[in-house]
Design a protein around this ligand. Structure first.
Ligand code: ADP
Ligand code: MG
Length: 402
C-alpha cells in the first residue's frame, strides 16, 4: 500500500476556512475522569498548525460505542472538551449536538483560530431509542450534512481509518477538499517503513488473544518477513496444529487447519515457543513451567524462559521489528516476563526500526516503561493490524491525492 501521494495538511490552504477535523478522542474514561490523554496529545500538532494558520477549527470524534439512549449519558465528549482546553491552554467551544441549528450557529460564529468540538459522532447511531448506525454504517445523508458544515476536511483519526464511517469516508466524498492530518500522515509513513520497505533482517512478533482477527496477518506477513515469532494466546492454536497437548490454554479450534496451512508454507519462517509459563486458573499466581506440551488442568499464560532465550536470539541483529500482541498476560506480575523480554530485546537493537501496532501491546510497552525505546507506537490497533494484513484503509483511501 502506498499513501504517500495523499494530500496532507501541508498541501492545503486553511487560512480563514472552516476546517472539519476528524480526530480520535476515543480516550479511556473512568467515572467521568480521563485516565490516559495520549490520544488528545497526539492530535496537538494538527490542531496547533490550524490555530497558527488562522483556520476556524471544527473538531469531532467518536467516544466508545453507543447502543442505547442510556449510553449517551456516560459517553458525552464534554469531559474531553475540558481536557482539551487544559492541554491546549485555550478556550474550546463545546456543542452538545451532532447536528442542528445550535451547532450551525456556533460554527458560523467561529473566528479565525478558534476551536469548537461537537458531540460524540456515534450519538448518530441511536435515534429515539432505535439503533440506526447512521455514523457507523456511513449513512450518505449524514456524511453529506457534516460535509456541508465546512470548507475543508482533515482526517487525523488513525484509530478509525480501517472503518468506512460517515465522519471520515462520508465527509470525504462530499467535500471540495480533503487532506490527512499530521498524525495520520506519520502513522502511514511509519507503517510503510516497517511493513512495505523494511530493512532486513525483518522480524515480526505476533501475540495477544484475538487469534481469529490476527491469523490472517500471518498470511500477508509471510510474504514480507524473514521471521515471525508467535507468542501469547496465538501460540496454542499452532501447537494444537502440530499435535501437542495444550491443556486449557486459549484455542480457536476452527483455525487449527489454517494454522497447519501456514506452517506448511512458512518454510521455517514461523518460530513457535518451546516452553510456557502456566497456571491452573486464569489468575496471577506462581507459574508452573512446562515444555512443548501443556498438561491437562493447566493453561499457558506466558512464554517460558527457554522461549525468551530463543526469541532474544532471533531478534538480535534485526533491522526492522514489527510487534503486535503481548507474549503473555502481561497485566499479571507473574506472566509479564515474556513481554518485558521482547521490549528489552527491541530496545537494545542498534539502528533498527521498531514498531508497535496493537492496542494492548502498546499499552503494555508503555506501562512497562519502554515508551521511548520504540521508533513508533501506533495509536490505532485495528487500523495498523489491517495495514499489516495488506488491506486498504478506507478512511485514508477516501482522501484526495496531491
Ligand atoms: P493487541 O491489542 O496488542 O492487538 P490483543 O488484543 O490481541 O493484543 O491481546 C491482548 C490480550 O491478550 C491481553 O489482555 C493479554 O492478557 C492476552 N493474552 C496474552 N497471552 C495470553 C495467553 N497465553 N492466554 C490468554 N490471554 C493472553
Ligand atoms: Mg487488543
Amino acid at each position: 500500500m502506498n499513501y504517500n501521494n495523499k494530500k496532507t495538511l501541508k498541501d492545503i490552504e486553511v487560512n480563514g476556512k472552516k476546517v472539519l477535523v476528524r480526530v480520535d478522542f476515543n480516550v479511556p474514561v473512568k467515572e467521568g475522569v480521563i485516565t490516559d490523554d495520549n490520544r488528545i496529545q497526539a492530535a496537538m500538532p494538527t490542531i496547533k498548525h490550524l490555530i497558527e494558520n488562522d483556520a476556524k477549527i471544527i473538531l469531532f470524534s467518536h467516544l466508545s460505542r453507543i447502543k442505547t439512549e442510556e449510553d449517551k449519558a456516560t459517553k458525552s465528549l464534554a469531559v474531553v472538551a475540558k481536557k482539551l482546553e487544559e492541554v491546549l491552554g485555550k478556550t474550546v467551544k463545546f456543542v452538545p449536538q451532532t447536528r442542528g441549528a445550535e451547532l450551525e450557529a456556533a460554527i458560523n460564529e467561529l473566528k479565525n483560530g478558534e476551536v469548537l468540538l461537537f458531540e460524540n459522532t456515534r450519538f448518530e447511531d441511536v435515534k429515539n431509542g432505535e439503533v440506526v448506525k447512521a455514523e457507523s454504517k456511513n449513512d450518505p445523508e449524514l456524511g453529506k450534512y457534516w460535509a456541508s458544515l465546512g470548507d475543508v476536511f482533515v482526517n487525523d483519526a488513525f484509530g478509525t481509518a480501517h472503518r468506512a464511517h460517515a465522519s471520515n469516508v462520508g465527509i470525504s466524498e462530499n467535500i471540495a477538499e480533503s487532506a490527512l492530518g499530521f498524525l495520520v500522515e506519520k502513522e502511514v509513513e511509519n507503517l510503510g517503513k516497517g511493513i512495505d520497505a523494511p530493512e532486513r533482517p525483518f522480524v515480526a512478533i505476533l501475540g495477544g488473544a484475538k487469534v481469529s482477527d490476527k491469523i490472517g496477518v500471518i498470511d500477508h506477513l509471510l510474504t514480507k518477513v524473514d521471521k515471525i515469532l508467535v507468542g501469547g494466546g496465538m501460540t496454542f492454536t499452532f501447537m494444537k496444529a502440530l499435535g501437542h497437548e495444550i491443556g486449557n490454554s486459549l484455542l480457536e479450534e476452527d483455525k487449527v487447519e489454517l494454522a497447519k496451512e501456514y506452517l506448511a508454507k512458512a518454510n521455517g519462517k514461523i518460530i513457535l515457543p518451546v516452553d510456557a509459563a502456566c497456571a491452573s486458573t486464569f489468575a496471577d499466581v506462581e507459574p508452573t513451567f512446562c515444555g512443548l506440551d501443556v498438561p491437562e488442568g493447566l493453561m499457558g499464560l506466558d512464554i517460558g524462559p527457554k522461549t525468551i532465550e530463543l526469541f532474544q536470539k532471533e531478534l538480535a541483529g534485526a533491522k526492522t521489528v514489527v510487534w503486535n500482541g503481548p507474549m503473555g498476560v502481561s497485566e499479571f506480575e507473574n506472566f509479564k516476563a515474556g513481554t518485558v523480554a521482547v521490549c528489552e530485546s527491541a530496545a537494545k537493537l542498534d539502528n533498527a526500526f521498531t514498531l508497535i501496532g496493537g492496542g494492548d501491546s502498546a499499552a503494555a510497552a508503555i506501562k512497562l516503561g519502554f515508551k521511548d525505546d520504540f521508533s513508533w507506537i501506533s495509536t490505532g490497533g485495528g487500523a495498523s493490524l489491517q495495514y499489516m494484513e495488506g488491506k486498504a484503509l478506507p478512511g485514508i483511501e477516501a482522501i484526495q491525492s496531491k
